[in-house]
Design a protein. Structure first.
Length: 301
């Protein structure tokens, strides 16, 4: 799941959704997944929704329920997380600033009647990096029930992303992203947004999946959510997205190797550290080492 160095050749770069995402800070893919898939997912998550207590605090919402670790709560979650068109959009949005993307979170959200509108915010504020240029993450909201203006559909401020995130008051009025199960509401981490208030007698349910730069600390601690004993059963690409891959050069290693080495259990013997470099770094290193060997210099260090 490596980010291609030439993003201009990716289909998302030429798609309507890709252009809208970069220009508006959000886009909606209608019918991105079968509604039947979301219905079955909702059934799988039903017991956990029922058992989960309400959140505490004004930001999460005292009439809202949230829970994560969705990859182990339904065997169908992998289909949403690994959705090819959405991964292409994530790589388009984030690929200029990382060598690979990673899963940031997979969370289910339920707004109950009486839930207040959420405080408008930008998810990039989790990290204290430079703002206005770098995009740190991309969110995807998948409705499990219809999203309407009355039941708390996600509210988004168009063109409030990127450098506009440095401006206190957004220039454009917000839009209510009404959507149906199977639609995907996609927005950048720099885009101002928030859940609406639920003024109906029914709950509003959705799943949010987000992807972030591979060198960031993710919102959901993936290695605790999916320890090796669980992640070893994921498809390789999904396991890598969930943190069991190094971000070259050498970031996120276990004893100098890819953390997927733990899928065979904790090693009984010491491991040899193995370079995990980008191709350009490999080429520079090969020339550097070769020049020293040709000169007869001692390479021990």
């Amino acid at each position: 799941m490596l980010v291609h160095p030439d993003l201009a050749g990716r289909p998302a770069h030429h798609s309507t959704a890709g252009r809208e995402l970069l220009q508006q800070g959000y886009t909606i893919l209608r019918g991105a997944a079968p509604a039947s898939l979301l219905c079955r997912l909702a059934q799988d998550l039903e017991p956990r929704f029922a058992a989960t207590p309400f959140c505490e605090g004004g930001f999460y919402g005292e009439r809202t329920k949230r829970f994560g670790r969705l990859l182990i709560r339904s065997p169908l979650m992998g289909e949403l997380v690994m959705h090819r068109e959405i991964l292409d959009l994530a790589e388009l949005a984030l690929g200029n600033w990382c060598e690979r993307i990673q899963l940031n979170l997979a969370q289910a959200i339920e707004l109950h009647p009486g839930a207040l509108a959420q405080f408008p915010h930008r998810d990039q504020d989790m990290w204290q990096g430079a703002l206005g240029d770098v995009e740190y993450l991309m969110n995807v909201m998948w409705p499990l029930t219809p999203f309407t203006e009355d039941n708390g559909a996600t509210i988004i401020w168009p063109r409030s992303h990127g450098v506009e995130a440095l401006i206190e008051e957004p220039k454009e009025a917000p839009v209510v992203t009404e959507a149906e199960p199977g639609d995907a509401i996609i927005f950048l981490g720099s885009t101002l947004h928030g859940a609406g208030g639920n003024r109906t007698v029914d709950v509003r349910r959705g799943i949010i999946i987000s992807y972030c730069l591979g060198w960031l600390k993710p919102y959901e601690n993936q290695w605790l959510a999916y320890p090796p004993a669980l992640a070893k059963d994921f498809p390789p690409d999904l396991a890598a997205l969930a943190g069991y891959a190094q971000h070259r050069p050498n970031l996120g290693n276990f004893e100098g190797q890819c953390p997927s080495v733990l899928f065979g259990g904790y090693p009984a013997e010491p491991l040899a550290a193995i370079d995990a470099l980008r191709p350009d770094q490999d080429a520079l290193l090969a020339n550097y080492v070769a020049a020293q060997r040709e000169g007869g210099e001692d390479l021990a260090a």
